[in-house]
Design a protein around this ligand. Structure first.
Ligand SMILES: Nc1ncnc2c1ncn2[C@@H]1O[C@H](COP(=O)(O)OP(=O)(O)O)[C@@H](O)[C@H]1O
Ligand SMILES: O=C(O)[C@@H](O)C(=O)COP(=O)(O)O
Length: 420
């Protein structure tokens, strides 16, 4: 089938978020983990390639995303979406800007937009400043993110050091005038040489206007929500004829495990709420892991009843994260945790777990790669931007949900298990 939109996501939770929002329209969405090593064959109208490149060195991220673009182009795709975090997680080096510029070069386009707004999850952009709920990004818990602490809220200032061409803004006043006016504003900015345009959005209606105004751009960039109106637009003009066949939720054994490597404020609340149920839980400490390796965690897991959905978590408050990073270095601390949680995922599968709840983007990448999953089928949404997915691993069918650090209610882990 012709692929109408080819999407590249910089992490795995972001990819399931995007795939879930696109699938809300009843369209067929294919989510591939990594770049397939075979040429495209029988692609879906919406293809999402999940990469783990948010915090990779810039050159590696750019090379991977260009390879993903080439694969999507080989599928006949003509429109593309670069998906990054709704909290614009990046560093002064990248990778949002450098990847966008590389994709623009490969596609020979002069301009793209940046719209990480996700109103349903409290992310809005006004006058180029990103808010998380009522707080500016730099005052939100994202200021303490273990890998990409966000210390500025202004998207133009965040983007400028990441790109070589001019950055501009289409503000809410332009968006409020409707799609034709926004299109005209973008054209004006293009005439002035503005290649990278941050676009304000505070409500879903704004995203509808932006999608309508930008639907013919070869490359769009943003969070998942700005892509959500696209299936309906494609359907309205006849480009999209068929809906996805309804997927039955597989009846899987109850054995479950919860693996949490996110240190976001919401994941801390979710771990606390789950622990309060009295379910078995093991806390991992990076400084201890540096000495012990994964074996103690694997031994603990081997003694658990998976029917009680044990939780293994390294989730900690900002002061504990800082203390571990000061001693081990940021990357080493993260890697130790990711490796142990990945090893626990494989051990849990061998012990019979068929339901996996994973919290954290990098963590989800590590776990999914360890389970050697190459494709995810999108199921029901548990919370906005967090669907259950189904996949094959080690000869078994499993359910897997990859929860973005900040998404979901405090009861998310309980809700997820009850929803299946
Ligand atoms: N206690 C801890 N100390 C230091 N780093 C940690 C700790 N717990 C988890 N990490 C690391 O922090 C990072 C969290 O990132 P991620 O999994 O993407 O979560 P989020 O979705 O909240 O961004 C991971 O690399 C993880 O291994
Ligand atoms: O856009 C979002 O907020 C999510 O889709 C996402 O990318 C979150 O990343 P993590 O918080 O690192 O899971």
């Amino acid at each position: 089938m012709t692929t109408l939109l080819g999407c590249i996501a910089d992490d795995f939770t972001g990819a399931t978020d995007l795939a879930g929002l696109l699938a809300r329209s009843g369209v067929q969405v294919s989510l591939r983990i990594g770049i397939p090593d075979t040429p495209p064959h029988e692609t879906a109208p919406f293809e999402v390639i999940a990469l783990k490149c948010r915090t990779a060195p810039v050159a590696d991220a750019v090379a991977e995303c260009r390879a993903a673009l080439a694969w999507l182009q080989a599928a006949g795709t003509e429109r593309f979406f670069w998906k990054y975090c709704s909290t614009f997680d990046s560093t002064p080096e990248g990778n949002i800007g450098p990847v966008a510029e590389a994709l623009m070069d490969d596609l020979a386009v002069q301009q793209t937009i940046y719209c990480p707004a996700f109103p349903e999850n409290g992310r809005s952009i006004f006058m180029g400043n990103l808010f998380v709920g009522r707080e500016p990004l730099c005052e939100s818990p994202m200021k303490d993110h273990p890998l990409t602490p966000m210390r500025d809220s202004n998207l133009m200032r965040l983007l400028e050091p990441q790109v070589t061409r001019p950055v501009g803004l289409a503000d809410r006043l332009s968006v409020a005038k409707g799609a034709a006016a926004l299109r005209a504003e973008l054209d004006q900015l293009s005439l002035k040489g503005v290649a990278h345009v941050v676009v304000d959005a505070v409500a879903d209606e704004d995203l509808g206007v932006i999608a309508q105004a930008c639907r013919d751009m070869k490359l769009l960039t943003g969070g998942s929500a700005v892509a959500m109106p696209l299936p309906a637009l494609y359907r309205a003009d006849g480009a999209l004829a068929f809906d996805a066949p309804r997927m039955e939720t597989p009846n899987l054994p109850l054995a479950a495990v919860i693996l949490s490597g996110s240190c976001s404020a919401m994941t801390n609340a979710q771990v606390a709420a789950y622990r309060a149920t009295g379910a078995p839980a093991l806390q991992l400490h990076p400084l201890v892991l540096a000495q012990s390796g994964p074996q103690p965690a694997l031994d603990w897991l081997s003694r658990q009843d998976l029917g009680q959905a044990p939780l293994i978590y390294a989730t900690a408050d900002p002061a504990s994260v800082r203390a571990a990073q000061e001693q081990l270095g940021r990357d080493r601390a993260g890697e130790l945790v990711e490796n142990v949680l990945a090893a626990c995922a494989v051990a849990a599968r061998e012990k019979g777990a068929r339901r996996f709840v994973v919290a954290g983007g990098e963590t989800s990448g590590a776990v999914t790669q360890a389970l050697a999953v190459d494709r995810l089928d999108i199921g029901q949404e548990i919370a906005p931007g967090v669907p259950w997915t189904f996949c094959n691993t080690g000869g078994h069918r499993i359910a897997l949900t990859l929860k973005s650090g900040n998404f979901g209610q405090p009861t998310f882990f309980i809700n997820a298990l009850e929803a299946l």
